[in-house]
Design a binder for this molecule. Structure first.
Ligand code: C2O
Ligand code: CU
Ligand code: CU
Length: 549
């Protein structure tokens, strides 16, 4: 394991139980050994908060403020510094937010109804996290705090997409136009400023948007207070409750290739609880972490159903006991608590319980069971625990529709000590000329050839895509110009990955293939790894949609 990784990983040894699915047992053991051997730490000693020492489930899960812009009304969202309690026993934490609470407002939109949002940068002039001025687009000659909002998963004209170079300084604002001509989905918005967004998002600049349409309405999934957003992420804190972002120990290049935080937060609280009724609930789950993958399950192997992925509903609910969610991926889940009245049920990440559900007793009135719930929820005709067995099918794109196939390598550059210095796509850095130029309305297959040791969640702006398959290949032969040798048959995605996506996990030693039609707009967009540390150095590339052929 590279030395740099060891240095910051040992700071989070207390989270040993919670390591995501990405890392194998060997890696976990070497981390444990690194922390015992007390390997070199070249940073000033800082007393870290060990979140596992905090009493869990003492804070109620915060529900974000819901906003629903109507007509041509302009929604104003102000980025600002706030102080908030992440746990009952932790002093208030300085955070940045798109609202007055740790989680930005939950924006509700309707398909086909355009929305205008004014994103106001009212952040302070100085950053409070360790800026790496050596990263591309991050020089000392620029305003230290820069921001630009991107609506992840939305098909928007390039000028409104939050291009990384389109950042602006505190005191300025931008109004973006979102046509929202796309199907219902769990979208999210977050900062995208060049070289800084890993820190801006870590500081708190993220929020969710739920886009709805008639197809979704017709399913009568749980709504209102029975539909709960869950934004999952991890952070490190010092004992005084302040955010801590690790550095490499190299003064001129503090960038770290990735890290997992010690504390797991949901909607702004460390390991909260939520009171639920003994009935069916819908959870809109987002992995909003910088680089952590979540390995989700319910305690006692309880089943749950996935009904949607990044870009909307699946063809049918998929029964699961386990779900691995990479940074930026979303899952639309149904969990039935009707058999658990009076119990405590847990959502877990790995072996760690991260959310406690306190299931109440059924509400009873003279009229019979669960009457009150039904009266308050006229839009839902479903009985608790019931939902349609199939939805409208997601039509698979025919592979023969693709006119271009682009192999894209995922590469990692190490220094002489085996420390990760750089991650790139196609051996090219961000500022090199555009090489991917699909035609408007053309269909292409992109093959992500992963030559690194990590799983990279690759995200494309503008489009929604489908995962075709994954196939193990001979990395050594490929690297040594011996050509492409497959070592096994291609694997089809699991049923819960057969819907529309905008972020795909590309495992090491595999070629992951996606297919997409470049619809909507011409112009410059980008694709990148959504491990934010990778994205900023320099696993991000532009692509440009050209005029129809
Ligand atoms: Cu979540 Cu470039 O985006
Ligand atoms: Cu995006
Ligand atoms: Cu990556």
């Amino acid at each position: 394991m590279p030395g740099t990784r060891r240095r910051f990983l040992q700071q989070v040894s207390a989270a040993g139980l919670a390591w995501g699915a990405r890392r194998g047992l060997a890696a976990q053991m070497s981390m444990a050994m690194a922390s015992r051997s007390g390997a070199v730490v070249d940073e000033p000693p800082r007393i870290m908060l060990h979140s596992l020492g905090l009493t869990p489930f003492v804070d109620a899960l915060p529900m974000p403020e819901r906003v629903m812009p109507v007509g041509s009304h302009l929604l104003r969202v102000v980025m600002r510094e706030i102080h908030a309690k992440v746990h009952r026993d932790v002093p208030p934490t300085r955070l940045w937010s798109y609202g007055s609470t740790p989680m930005g407002p939950l924006i509700e939109g309707r398909s086909g109804r355009a929305m205008r949002v004014e994103w106001v940068n009212s952040l302070p002039q100085k950053h409070f996290l360790p800026v790496d001025y050596s990263l591309h687009g991050c020089g000392r000659d620029l305003p230290e705090v820069r921001a630009v909002a991107h609506l992840h998963g939305a098909r928007v004209p390039t000028k409104d997409d939050g291009y990384p170079d389109d950042w602006y300084a505190p005191g300025q604002s931008r109004t973006c136009h979102y046509p929202l001509e796309q199907e219902s989905a769990t979208l999210w918005y977050h900062d995208h400023a060049m070289g800084l967004n890993r820190l801006n998002i870590y500081a708190g600049l993220a929020g969710m948007m739920l886009l709805r349409d008639e197809r979704e309405d017709s399913l009568h999934l749980p709504n209102g207070r029975y539909e709960i957003p869950l934004v999952l992420y991890d952070r490190n804190f010092s004992v005084d409750g302040q955010l801590y972002y690790p550095t490499s120990g190299i003064p001129d290049h503090p960038w770290v290739p990735e890290f997992d935080g010690d504390a797991i937060l949901i909607n702004g609280k460390i390991r909260p609880y939520v009171e639920v009724e003994p009935r069916l609930y819908r959870f809109r789950v987002l992995n909003g972490a910088n680089s952590r993958f979540f390995a989700l399950s319910m305690d006692r192997g309880k089943e749950f159903y996935q009904v949607g992925s990044d870009q909307g509903l699946l063809s049918a609910p998929v029964k699961l006991t386990y779900l691995n969610l990479a940074p930026a991926e979303r899952a639309d889940l149904l969990i039935d608590f009707s058999g658990a009245a009076g119990e405590r049920v847990y959502l877990k990440n790995g072996a760690l319980e991260i959310l406690q559900f306190r299931v109440g007793r059924p509400a009873r009135t003279a009229g019979g069971p669960a009457r009150t719930a039904k009266v308050k929820e006229p839009a839902s005709s479903l009985l608790p625990g019931r939902f349609p067995e199939t939805f409208e099918p997601v039509v698979r794109i025919d592979e023969t529709a693709a006119t271009v196939t682009r192999p894209i390598t995922l590469d990692e550059a190490l220094n002489g000590h085996g420390d990760s210095m750089l991650m790139v796509l196609n051996r090219k850095r961000w500022m090199e000329p555009v090489t991917e130029m699909p035609r408007l309305n053309s269909t292409e297959i992109w093959e992500f050839v992963n030559l690194t040791e990590d799983t990279h969640p690759i995200h494309l702006h503008l489009v929604r895509f489908q995962v075709l398959d994954r196939r193990v290949f001979d990395v050594f032969a490929y690297r040594n110009a011996k050509g492409l040798r497959y070592l096994a048959a291609a694997m089809k995605p699991e049923p819960n990955e057969m819907g529309w996506k905008d972020t795909v996990q590309c495992p090491p030693g595999m070629i992951t293939r996606i297919i997409t039609k470049f619809e909507g707009y011409q112009g410059k967009y980008l694709y990148h790894c959504h491990i934010l540390e990778h994205e900023s150095n320099d696993m991000m590339r532009p692509f440009e949609v050209l005029d129809e052929a």
